[in-house]
Design a binder for this molecule. Structure first.
Ligand SMILES: Cc1cc2nc3c(=O)[nH]c(=O)nc-3n(C[C@H](O)[C@H](O)[C@H](O)COP(=O)(O)OP(=O)(O)OC[C@H]3O[C@@H](n4cnc5c(N)ncnc54)[C@H](O)[C@@H]3O)c2cc1C
Length: 482
């Protein structure tokens, strides 16, 4: 007979495993199904291992600037041991993967190992996991359940996403990489072409450039990181170019010829001319698409749109008892969105008091390139397009004591306010450690803070965060250090 649960979650990424923990806390008998790796893309092939690689790149960057800090390296230049850099990143992932196994055990969540498919309302069939191409895989945790039929009143899809491929330019894992292969290079390519300048593309471009590769980025739209505020994109682009990255905007890769150990991309420029660019490797970073296939969604009539499951603000699909959260439930495809959406979904199922539908405008976005980029809320262009009368403040890193002391005086913080109400509509940052700073404005926006409250807040000195206040002051012509 099928084993019965209150809640079954399919997929153990940040969305799935966090939902499982909260589900168990709320008293539900909970199981989570995973076919590949506890912790999903985020812990194994996404957020975390990239940050470990980027940390190596950051240290490399500082070592190239030791003299700026009055330091010297006797006996030559620092060099990277690629396999050791990758090994460190994999170990970081493995540690966190083990952490998820621990959390499942601690919260008495049953882990079911295998590929899940919805067989009928309230029922899934778990079959043997198809072999996955990426090695090495973390070990299958001990004590997991396996193939079989399982039932639950509530089934939450948290199956995540995978790399999108352009027809004719499909990644082959050897010369044309996705983020999987880019995460575990056997050796550093001397030259690299990155197709797409969203967060994933630009983080890898930044990593490989700092590690010494000649990097060219081809972007279809008129700006790098096109979702960011135009000023931030422009500033970041200049910094990347100063570091020696080549950036080609409003251009598209139309065709790729593969050599023995190189690729030649045909790049159609803005003026229609085609330029051939040869590089050792190419990364295809043209976005991700939801894992909706093979789940039995069509048979049950679960609505999907452009590769994602359609949900309301609490993760409910159009079919009672079936929910979706995280990347599979649509953009923004970010780990913290997945986690929050999962908690909102399960708390709503439990009728937990005070649950709010997710407000996508208040989801921060961070890119860990050099310089870092972070933002929340409306860009200036979007605020104007919405017809808002706005005030804009800016503050430069070059005028902040801590930034200068750190040797990180390039960047700025921009804030956008509603002129009438003083409500903070958006904040945009580029520069050192801004991915840690943005949360201050996320809290402020969540509390519907106005400029006055921010001006009355005391920020510690000397910190980079002082620039947040100065940016607010600047929006009202009151900046003190500019
Ligand atoms: C290179 C890279 C860098 C990134 N960096 C960041 C970052 O810095 N910050 C950030 O917020 N986001 C980042 N992301 C995005 C982030 O990884 C995703 O938004 C996040 O992992 C989504 O979580 P999820 O739980 O929805 O799905 P996933 O993490 O994708 O997990 C889904 C899980 O479901 C499993 N699964 C799928 N189908 C089935 C099935 N039928 N049966 C059983 N199991 C199944 C999969 O094996 C997987 O483990 C990055 C992504 C990449 C690729």
């Amino acid at each position: 007979m099928a084993e019965n649960y209150d809640v079954i979650i399919i997929g153990s990424g940040p969305g799935g495993y966090v939902t499982a923990v909260r589900s168990a806390q709320l008293g539900f008998k909970t199981a989570i199904v995973e076919r590949e790796h506890l912790g999903g893309i985020c812990l194994n092939w996404g957020c975390i291992p990239t940050k470990a690689l980027l940390r190596s790149a950051e240290i490399m960057h500082y070592s190239d600037h030791l003299e700026d800090y009055g330091l010297k390296l006797e006996g030559g230049k620092i060099s990277a041991d690629t396999s050791a850099v990758v090994d460190r990143s994999r170990k970081v992932s493995l540690r966190l993967n083990g952490g998820v196994a621990f959390l499942m055990k601690k919260n008495k969540v049953d882990v079911i190992w295998g590929e899940a498919k919805l067989s009928k309302p309230g029922e899934i069939v778990v079959s043997k996991t198809a072999k996955k191409p990426m090695e090495p895989q973390p070990p299958v945790p001990k004590g997991v359940k396996g193939e079989g039929t399982y039932t639950a009143k509530h089934i939450i899809l948290a199956t995540g996403a995978r790399p999108r491929a352009l027809p004719g330019i499909e990644p082959d894992g050897k010369l044309i990489w996705t983020y999987f292969e880019a995460m575990v290079p056997k050796e550093m390519p001397k030259s690299l072409l990155v197709m797409g300048s969203g967060a994933i593309g630009i983080e890898f471009a930044s990593f490989y450039r700092t590690m010494g590769a000649d990097v060219t980025v081809v972007e279809l739209l008129p700006a790098v990181m096109p979702v960011e505020d135009a000023e931030v994109s422009k500033f970041a682009q200049k910094q990347f170019e100063k570091q020696g990255m080549k950036i080609i905007l409003e251009a598209k890769v139309t065709k790729v010829e593969k050599g023995v150990n190189s690729v030649t991309a045909h790049v159609e420029m803005k003026d229609g001319k085609v330029e051939k660019i040869t590089a050792d490797r190419m990364i295809s970073a043209v976005g991700v698409q939801g894992n909706i296939e093979g789940l039995g969604l069509e048979a049950l009539g679960v609505k999907t749109d452009r590769g994602c499951v359609v949900v309301d603000g609490h993760g409910k699909t159009n079919v009672p008892g079936i929910y979706a959260i995280g990347d599979v439930a649509g953009p923004p495809m970010l780990a913290h969105k997945a986690e929050h959406e999962g908690v909102v979904c399960i708390e709503k199922i439990a009728n937990f008091p005070g649950v709010h539908a997710i407000d996508k405008l208040k989801i921060p976005g961070c890119t860990y390139c050099n310089p870092q980029v972070a933002s929340v809320g409306l860009t200036e262009a979007k605020a104007k397009a919405e017809g808002k009368d706005i005030r804009v403040g800016r503050f430069q890193f070059a005028a902040n004591g801590k930034a200068i002391a750190l040797g990180e005086d390039q960047g700025f913080i921009k804030t956008i306010f509603d002129k009438k109400t003083g409500q903070l509509l958006g904040a945009h940052m580029v520069g050192a450690e801004v991915t840690e700073l943005i949360q201050g404005f996320v809290v402020a926006m969540n509390l519907e803070t106005t400029e006055e409250e921010l001006m009355h807040t005391i920020f510690p000195h000397p910190t980079l965060s002082e620039m947040m206040k100065e940016s607010v002051l600047d929006a009202y012509g009151r900046a003190l250090n500019a």
